[in-house]
Structure formats: C-alpha cells, structure tokens
Design a protein around this ligand. Structure first.
Ligand code: NAG
Ligand code: NAG
Ligand code: NAG
Ligand code: NAG
Ligand code: NAG
Ligand code: NAG
Length: 935
C-alpha cells in the first residue's frame, strides 16, 4: 500500500517536473493528490500553479505552500498519504469538514514545519499516530470532536513548543502519558497553556508527575473521563491555572490541602467524583468565580468559614455535599453572587434573606434540605427553591418556592429595529433584516463565569467581542446572531450557543470567507470575553457554498501496479498520458477563454464588437424563429439548419444554427465572423449578426427571399429562369466571387461554390452565401494555402483534390460547374455521370451543344435564340480545365459574361424582375426526357 502510493508519487513527480511554474513541483504534486482524493475541493483548484494562480485556501511563501486553510468547505474523503510532500507547510486547517474520514496517516510526521494542525470537528478515526510527535514546531494541535480512539501517544510530549493541546470529545482511552526517562509524556510540555482532554474514555490516575511548578498551564480540562485515584497535590504547583475541570470522573481521596495555593483559579469543577474527607479549603482564592463540588462524598460539616472570602464568586454549586447546620447567610454578602445551589444537603433551621443580598442573585436552590422557616427582609426577585423542605410541609404550602419550576433561560439575538423580511428557501434574515446565507455553528463553552443564563447582557458582550474579532481580522461580516440552544440542567454541562455569522454586502460568503471564519474559531484566534471560559466551536456544513459547486473528483486516477520490470513502461505511459492531458487541457482552456470572452456579451455589459455586425441573444433568436420551429426551417445540411425569422421591425433574417458536431472552436467562429464582417458586396449575402451563447454557434444573415439557384433549377422554388436570367445570375455570382478574390482584404477563397450556395433575392440577383469553409489568403502564404480538401462532391477542383493546394482557381473550377448546371439543370454528378466529363466529351465530338438539346434545361427557353450560348459554354469549359493555370481569373469570367450579355443585348445591370414571374409547373419535369416539348 505504502509502496504503491510512493510509486504514484514518483511518477507524478517526474511528470510534472516541467510543468509547475511558481509553485514548487512537490507541493503541486501533493495538492494534486489531495484534489484527486477529496471531493468538494475548491473549484478554483485548476491550473498548474497553486501559488501563482489563486487556488483558494492555499497560502504560499516563496513558491512553497505554507498553509492550507479549508475549514467548513464540505471536503469529503480521507487524508491522503501524499500530502507529506508539503514540507514547508505551517498551517493545516481542515476543521469542520464532517466528510473527512479515516485515520491520520503516519506520514503526517513529515510535515516538520507545521505550526498549526487543526482537524477539529471532522470524522477522523483510529489512533492518533505517534509520528505526530515529530512535529517539533507545532504550536496548536486541535483534534477535538473526531472519533479518535486508542491511547494518547506519549510522543506528544516531544512537542516542546506546543501551546494548545485539544483532544476533547473523542474516544481516547488508556492513561495520560507521562515521561519516564525513556518515553516522553505530557509532563514535558512546559510551554503548554492548554490541556483539553475532556469527554474521552481516559482511565488510570492523574499522574502526580504530570504537573510541576515549571508548568504554565492555564486550562486543565479532564472532565468526562474515567480517571481514578486521588487529585495529585502537584496540581497546586501550577500557579497560572485559571480553569480546572476534573469533574465527571471517578476520583477519590482527599482534595490536596495546597489547593488554595491556586490563587488564579476562576473555575473549579470537582463535581461528580468520589472525593472524600473535609470540604476543600478555598480560603484566599479571591478570583474564584465558579465553583462546583457537587456529588462527592465529603465528610459532613457545617458551612465552611471561607465562603465569604470568595469575593469574585458568582456561582456556588454544592449539591449533595453533606453540608449541615444553618444556611450560611454570609454568602449573601458576596457582591457578584448569582446562583447558589445547595440542594440535597442537611441544612436546617431558618433561611434569612437579608437586605444585603446581591442584586444579581437569581437562584437559590435549597431543595431536599431541612429548612423550616423563611424570612425575607427585602423582596427577593430571583427564584427560590425550597421543595422537599419542612417549610413546604406535607400539607401543601402553595408558595411559589415550593413548586418545582424549571429554569427556562433563553436568548436569541434581537432584530435591530427593522421590518422582518421573508427570505427565500435557505436564506435567513440577519439582525438587520437582510436575507443571506449565514455561516453557522455551535460554540461550546466549557466554563462560564456567570450562571444567570437569562441575562442578555452576557450574550450582547459575546456578540460584540465576536464582531470585534471578525473585523480585526478583516472578515466581511455584517452581523452575528446568537441563540441559546441547550437549557443547562446540570452545571457540568457545556453551554451551547448557536452562532450565525452574516456576510457583509453579499448574500453568501465565498470560500475564503468561510475558511477564514472557520480558522478564527478553530484556532482559538477568537478570545471570548472573560465571562466566557474556554470553548470549542463546531461549524456546520456551509450549505450555500457546497451547493454552488458540485465538483466531482478529478478523473485522473492512475492505478499503479507494482512490479519492478514494468516500472519504466508505466512511467513512460503515464508521461505520455499526462502530457497529452496537459495539451488537451491547454487547448480546452484556450477554447473556453475565447468562448467566455465572446460569451460575456450576453450580459450586455461587455459586448464584443465586431464592426458592423450585431450580437443577438439566444432568447431573441428563439423569439424571432418561434423557438426554432420546424415551420421556420428553410434549409438544412451537414452544418446544421437554417431558419427564417423576422425582426420586430418586420425585416426577415436567415439564421444558420450549427449542429453540435459541426461546430468550430470559439476562435474559428470568431474569425469567421470577423471575416464576414469585412466583406460587403451586393452579390454576397451579408452577415447581420451572430449568437454565441450556451454552446450555440449561430450566424444571422440577411434573408434572401427566392431561395437558392439549386432550388430554382430543380423547380423546387417555382422560379422560372430563362436564358437572360441565367446570364444575370451567372454574372452576379461571378462578380461576388471576383470581389472575394480581388478586393477583399485579405483575399478570400470561398471553397464551396455550388448552386446551393448561390441565393436569389426578390429581383433574382445572385448572392453568394455560406462562407463556412472560406479561407483568407495571407500574403505570407503566397497565392495558395495548403489545406485539407473540403467542399462538395462534384464541384471540387481536381487539382486541389490531388495537391491540396488551394487557390482562387479552385473557386473558378466550381464556378464552371455551376455554369454547366445553369445550362443543363443537372446535378454535377447524376446517375453516376459526371457533368463536366459528359459536356466535355459531347463538345469534343460536336463542338456544339445545340445539336444536343437533351443536354439543355428545357426551362432555359429552347426555341428562342439563346444568344451567346456558345460563348457561355466555352467559358464554362475553360473554367473547368484540368490545370488551374489554364483557367481564367474570376475578373476575366465577369468580363466574358458581360460581353455575352451585351451580345444577347441584355443590360446586365437592369433588373429582370419585370420579366420574372413564377409559374406553375404543370408537368413532371425531366431534362433527360427526350420527348419533352418546348413551348
Ligand atoms: C504555594 O505557592 C507558592 C508560590 O506562590 C509556593 O512557593 C509554595 O510552595 C506553594 N505551596 C504549596 C503547599 O504547594
Ligand atoms: C485554610 O487555609 C488557610 C490559608 O491557607 C488557613 O489559614 C486555614 O487554617 C485553613 N483552614 C483549614 C480549616 O484548614
Ligand atoms: C424587585 O422587584 C421590585 C418590584 O417588582 C423592585 O422594586 C425591586 O427594585 C427589585 N429588586 C431587585 C433587587 O431587583
Ligand atoms: C445582567 O448582568 C449585568 C452584568 O453582570 C449586570 O450589570 C446587570 O445588572 C444584570 N441584569 C440583571 C437584570 O440582572
Ligand atoms: C448530581 O448527581 C445527580 C444524580 O446523578 C445529577 O442528576 C445531578 O445533575 C448532579 N449534579 C451536578 C451539579 O452535577
Ligand atoms: C472573497 O470575498 C472577499 C471579501 O468579500 C474578497 O475580498 C475576496 O476577493 C473574495 N475572494 C474570491 C476568490 O472571490
């Protein structure tokens, strides 16, 4: 398995050596492997240069990847072994991606520069690899809220710089490791400020050697484990300690007598253990704010004398602690006191609530005691619970303090003086009544300095500090909203506060915003106000972000078969494959960029202007063509279909819509548009506009009403073309072509001259159309272009066909074929006979088509004198000469036809509409029918 992935690595490494630009190859390779393995990587992860080209979530220094910050981005998959190449990585924050699963690979130990390893709130499992101890620079290690199991690796003790160790809320078991001279242990973490090891299955004792006076720990959280034995007195040496949670274990024995040496302690949770002996002596712990020593088996005693010395105390929880005697009225003198829970004790006598009690006092819970008398010297506005005391008696005292009332503290950020607005689907109204997709999650406060959960002041302070923190980190946050989500029933529970963070100036955060907010909360960059103790945060999946990109995993999966002899072959194949892929990708990128450049025009904002040519939206064209209805279809072919449409002005247009298969690249399409936009001639169909949208390539032309010459000759269009009209059509088409050859700049070879591409307008003027195959000739290329042979069977210049040399003379050849069509109305190849050869052979024999009327189209007007016919035939035959050099130029052809028309005494420039008339065809028509009689 390891071998396999290393081989893959080697391959990719070799292959990409030449590709990456600003990013060190190995980093690129590592990121590619992650991209390959994960789903939902940022869509911006494209291109070969993560450092240079804005791969979101990737930070670089000197072309090396130094940070990966992808908190809350919906990543799914395992942490692959290949990321070990990121040898300069300092920050890896993948927090709150519930889809990340599997174990942390041992190779994590190779990231020697790592400072922050933050995998909080994912679904990683298995043991924490001991190689984690090789990350000697590590400052923050946050593996909380995963499914890690097994022991805490002793090697963590080697992380001598570690400030923050958070393994909370996993399934870790076994002892807390300490050093023994051979193996390291947590006692060596002399720089650590935080041991957050709560909510696991740790067992064994709290080793006395874990703590020493050299330690600088401020938070020791071991709550919710299965620790046994006594509290080590060495804990009293950790002078800096502010928060101690060792509640919810099975600790026994005496509380060490030096406990009150911990003068900085704010929060002390010893509850729910099996502690014995006298109540701990808390004398002099003047910063102590929150004390919970409930549910232990202390010796029965009177209220301790140290109560009144705890001047910072807000909360005293001593449920079931064997207290006896009178209620300690002295407690009421504490100025900040909010909550006193002394239930399930043996307090007796009277309760006197004096005049001096703290105005913040909100709860006095004395249930299950022996209080028999209550004296209220001043109105006490808080909750008093005396249920199951003699005062409530058996006869039923109906006083409120005798009925169990559940605390229903709640909080929810209020709207800021604005009209609530209804929001669509998943959007939520912000405190400022703006609909948006907030970043959401839950703050778990492991301790609090207050217990009056119903006082909004605390949450307002928290809101302010959150906003302050967001703004000082320049995050685009508009507002936050908090909601209390769990009514705490025991003081050992964490306070859960739902957090919603609303984006500023937009409806949703982008990936950078999301991962930055995630990082701020996962890395403990956010410091809550002192009222709130240590916390951890679990972000929810950010729906909006993950919705917007359904990126699937890359398809490059190279399964490498390990086998020495085929290694080379595999390398070669993979190399070819990847280079090929790269080229293809580059082409694709080029294509798309042109495409998108043109495509942009649909915003109306940045219309790509091709001079004289308009841009049409697909929507417009759908409207003009009745949604490209069949009724509007006026032609079809290999390229696609042509539709008739009408503009709102009533002007008719022809819309040529390319089939998917015949579409050109965006670049070619644009070239064609530019080419067509430069040709203006009355014998050329003019381009009015184009549409390049949603994968469509559509050209909009002027509408030419009388269809194609082909349709007329075949009788399809019911246009009758007599000899004079045919001459005019020939002349028109020749002039259009001559213009393309001589006057267009650069000259253009049409390449697809045929009767089907010569259209007739309402005055039967010829207009050459369909420049789809047209080729401009650049000067540099001389007078010909080497190209793949294209065109239509029967019209293609045989010389071009043989040599692939395309010149204007190829158009001349095709035009010659059209001239023969004008005479015969035959298709160039019909019944296996090639019109050019047929006419050629006949001419060779008789020198005159007149003797062979079966060759001529009856509709031409046989019976009239077809003046100039011979010259016309001669001209046609010169145009279809075998060698291009023997053919005339188009300008010569134009001159010749003009001469012929003079001969026929037709003014070539006078409209022939006056003589034009559609006629009803009454017979089945066949030019080959010898019995055909001419009228
Ligand atoms: C109490 O703390 C002081 C330092 O403030 C220390 O010198 C002393 O040894 C401690 N006492 C006990 C009993 O741990
Ligand atoms: C509690 O500690 C204080 C100060 O260390 C001391 O003066 C006092 O005697 C102790 N009380 C008990 C009951 O041990
Ligand atoms: C208790 O409530 C009364 C009126 O309901 C008020 O006058 C008094 O100031 C309140 N006392 C405290 C300590 O809040
Ligand atoms: C709420 O808490 C603040 C700060 O501790 C305090 O000043 C205020 O009096 C409290 N409000 C009530 C209604 O208890
Ligand atoms: C004490 O133990 C009881 C019974 O297990 C439990 O319901 C209660 O919440 C505990 N009290 C505290 C303060 O943890
Ligand atoms: C993300 O949003 C921030 C703030 O709105 C902006 O400065 C940044 O450019 C955005 N990043 C991306 C990649 O769009």
């Amino acid at each position: 398995m390891v071998q396999k992935s290393q081989l893959f690595l080697l391959l990719v490494f070799i292959i990409f050596s030449a590709i990456a630009a600003e990013t060190e190859n190995q980093d690129y390779v590592a990121l590619l492997s992650l991209k390959n393995i994960w789903q939902n990587t940022p869509p911006s992860w494209v291109g070969p240069d993560p450092c240079g080209k804005g791969w979101e979530g990737i930070g670089c220094t000197n072309s090396r990847v130094t940070s990966i910050m992808l908190s809350t981005t919906g990543l799914t998959g395992p942490l692959s072994g290949d990321f070990e190449l990121l040898s300069e990585l300092q920050t890896l924050d993948l927090s709150y991606n519930k889809g990340l699963t599997g174990p942390i690979p041992r190779s994590i130990g190779n990231l020697k520069k790592l400072l922050n390893l933050i995998l909080a709130g994912c679904s990683f499992s298995g043991p924490i690899p001991d190689t984690i101890g090789s990350l000697e620079q590590l400052l923050y290690l946050s593996l909380n809220s995963n499914y890690f199991s097994g022991h805490i690796p002793p090697s963590i003790g080697n992380l001598s710089n570690l400030l923050w160790l958070d393994l909370t809320d996993n399934q870790l078991n076994g002892p807390i490791p300490i050093s023994d001279g051979i193996t390291p242990g947590l006692d060596m973490l002399l720089n650590a400020r935080h041991f957050h090891l709560g909510q696991n299955n740790l067992s064994g004792t709290i080793p006395p050697r874990l703590f020493s006076s050299e330690m600088v720990l401020i938070h020791v959280l071991l709550d919710g484990n299965q620790l046994t034995g006594s509290i080590p007195s060495t804990l009293g040496l950790v002078q800096a300690l502010e928060v101690l949670r060792i509640d919810g274990n099975a600790l026994s024995g005496l509380v060490p007598s030096n406990f009150n040496n911990l003068t900085n302690l704010n929060h002390m949770f010893l509850s729910n253990n099996k502690l014995t002996g006298p109540l701990p002596n808390l004398t002099g712990m003047i910063f102590l704010s929150y004390v919970d020593i409930s549910n232990n088996t202390f010796d029965g005693s009177d209220a301790p004398p140290w109560f009144p010395t705890l001047q910072s105390l807000t909360t005293l929880i001593m449920e079931n602690t064997q207290l006896q005697g009178q209620f300690p009225v002295a407690l009421f003198s504490l100025p900040l006191l909010q909550t006193v829970v002394l239930k399930k004790n043996q307090l007796n006598g009277s309760l006197v609530i004096g005049t001096t009690h703290s105005n913040q006092l909100k709860l006095i819970d004395l249930q299950f005691n022996f209080i028999s008398y209550l004296e209220e010297k001043e109105a006490y506005n808080g909750t008093l619970k005396l249920e199951d005391n003699p005062i409530c008696g058996v006869t039923g005292n109906l006083s409120s303090y005798c009925t169990v009332s559940l605390s229903n503290a709640s909080y929810s950020t209020q709207k800021v003086d604005c009209e609530p607005v209804p929001c669509s689907s998943n959007q939520i109204s912000s405190p400022y009544c703006r609909c948006a997709y907030p970043y959401t999650g839950t703050l778990f406060f492991e301790t609090l300095s207050f217990s009056d959960l119903g006082n909004n002041t605390y949450y307002n302070i928290l809101e302010e500090s959150l906003m302050h923190s967001f703004h000082s980190h320049q995050l685009p946050v508009d507002s936050v909203s908090l909601t209390l989500s769990n009514p705490i029933t025991a003081s050992s529970e964490y306070l859960e506060v739902k957090l919603k963070v609303f984006p500023y100036g937009q409806v949703s955060f982008n990936l950078t915003g999301i991962s930055s907010i995630g990082f701020m909360l996962s890395n403990q960059t956010f410091k809550p106000p002192p009222l709130f103790g240590p916390f951890y945060f679990i972000g929810d999946k950010y729906e909006k972000y993950t919705e917007s990109k359904k990126s699937s995993r890359s398809s490059i999966v190279i399964e490498v078969v390990v086998g020495g002899s085929i290694l080379l072959l595999v390398i070669l194949l993979a190399g070819v494959y990847v280079l090929h892929t790269k080229k293809r990708a580059e082409r694709a990128i080029e294509h798309t960029s042109h495409f998108s450049q043109l495509d942009k025009s649909n915003n109306g904002g940045s219309v790509i202007k091709v001079k004289g040519v308009g841009w049409f939206s697909l929507k417009e064209l759908e409207k003009y063509t009745n949604h490209f209805s069949i009724a509007n279809e006026i032609g079809s072919g290999g390229y696609g279909k042509v539709y008739q449409g009408s503009l709102p002005t009533g002007q008719l247009i022809a819309i040529k819509r390319a089939k998917k298969e015949s579409m050109q690249g965006g670049l070619e399409f644009k070239t064609e548009i530019e080419l067509l936009s430069r040709v203006h001639h009355k014998n050329l169909v003019s381009l009015m506009g184009f549409c390049f949208e949603k994968g469509e390539q559509i050209l909009v032309y002027e509408y030419v009403s009388n269809g194609s010459l082909k349709d007329s000759l075949s009788g399809k269009s019911r246009i009758r073309l007599d000899w004079m009209r045919r001459l005019r059509v020939a002349l028109g088409a020749a002039r259009g072509l001559a213009y393309l050859h001589e006057f267009a700049n650069p000259p253009i070879i049409h390449r697809d001259i045929k009767s089907g591409n010569i259209l007739l307008d309402e005055s039967l003027n010829a207009k050459v159309s369909d420049f789809g195959l047209s080729k401009p000739i650049d000067d540099s290329e001389g007078s010909h272009v080497i190209t793949q042979v294209k065109g239509t069977m029967g019209y293609v210049d045989p010389e071009y066909y043989m040599t692939h040399k395309l010149t204007e003379k190829s158009d001349v050849y095709s035009f010659g074929v059209v001239m023969l069509e004008l005479l015969t109305a035959r298709k160039p190849i019909e019944h296996g006979k090639y019109i050019v050869r047929e006419v050629q052979e006949t001419m060779d024999k008789t020198k005159d088509l007149f003797n062979h009327p079966e060759f001529l189209d009856p509709a031409i007007g046989l019976g009239t004198t077809l003046k100039g016919l011979k010259k016309f035939v001669d001209l046609a035959m010169r145009c279809v000469k075998e060698l291009g050099s023997d053919r005339p130029m188009m300008v010569e052809v134009v001159k010749e036809i003009e001469n012929i028309m003079e001969l026929a005494s037709v003014n070539p420039d006078v409209d022939s509409t006056s003589t034009s008339a559609s006629y009803e065809e009454t017979r089945k028509r066949s030019s080959l029918d010898p019995s055909y009689t001419y009228s």
